[in-house]
Design a protein around this ligand. Structure first.
Ligand code: TYD
Length: 232
């Protein structure tokens, strides 16, 4: 077989894939819905890559360990913010961009909207610094569609705490992923308000989906929203 020369056109897939992200409060049920959407899209014949943030690569998962472990104490908000973007830079380079270039559908559990909502809103660092870092680290990469799962603050956080406690006692782990879930109700109210502000600012990209119904009802809403946004 002939070796590729530098002058040859770079072999790229004829059609770039689509980037779909899921956002919402802890315990809003987004991971379940993401898996159901992935199943439905695969059944229709799409090649789907499911991934998550912070994480998605071995190095980014190590950063996730630091960020989410409740044994991580007194992490400066700025350190938290930049670690989120450090993990993201690695994730984009190793997983997201190659998959999009290969024409695949990428479904990602959280992306920069989480940083804007949690660090920008929850930690009160503001949106501006998050959007600037996004531009520096991620360039013009933006999700084609974002599903924002809207749920009640109290119910979602209680659900996330129950889930994490159950997985901790089942696995008898020395570390856990509860650092954010220990935050106050005021923190999560700011997170939700920031999410709603993003949805108002970018209605073409972001579909606000009511996540208070049954899993099947919410799945139906997610499918409709994805179809509509991808068509548009
Ligand atoms: P996740 O595993 O999605 O938690 P859950 O399944 O409970 O929704 O996300 C982990 C936590 O990381 C979550 O509390 C939100 C937080 N996070 C940020 O604060 N900023 C970010 O940029 C990202 C990606 C996540």
């Amino acid at each position: 077989m002939r070796q590729l020369c530098y002058d040859d056109p770079v072999p790229t897939h004829s059609k770039r894939g689509k980037f779909i992200t899921f956002e919402g409060l802890d315990g809003s049920g987004k991971s379940t819905q993401l898996e159901k959407l992935a199943g439905a899209l695969r059944a229709e014949g799409s090649t789907v890559v499911v991934t998550r943030e912070p994480g998605g690569t071995p190095l980014a998962e190590k950063i996730r360990g630091i960020l989410l472990d409740s044994a991580t104490r007194s992490l400066a908000p700025m350190a938290e913010l930049t670690l989120m973007f450090a993990a993201r830079a690695q994730h984009i380079r190793e997983v997201i961009e190659p998959a999009l270039e290969a024409g695949k559908l990428v479904l990602c559990d959280r992306f920069t909207d989480s940083t804007e909502a949690y660090q920008g809103g929850g930690r009160e660092l503001g949106s501006k610094i998050v959007l600037e870092l996004h531009r520096i680290v991620c360039g013009d990469l933006q999700p084609d569609v974002t599903i924002l799962m809207d749920s009640d603050v109290a119910a979602s956080v209680a659900r996330a705490r129950r889930r994490n406690q159950a997985s901790e006692s089942a696995e008898n782990k020395s570390s856990d992923e509860n650092r954010f879930e220990r935050e106050s109700r005021a923190f999560f109210t700011r997170v939700r308000d920031s999410y709603l502000a993003i949805a108002r600012r970018e209605p073409r990209r972001v579909a606000l989906v009511d996540a208070r119904g049954t899993i099947a009802e919410t799945h139906e809403r997610v499918m409709q929203a994805v179809r509509k946004k991808l068509k548009g």
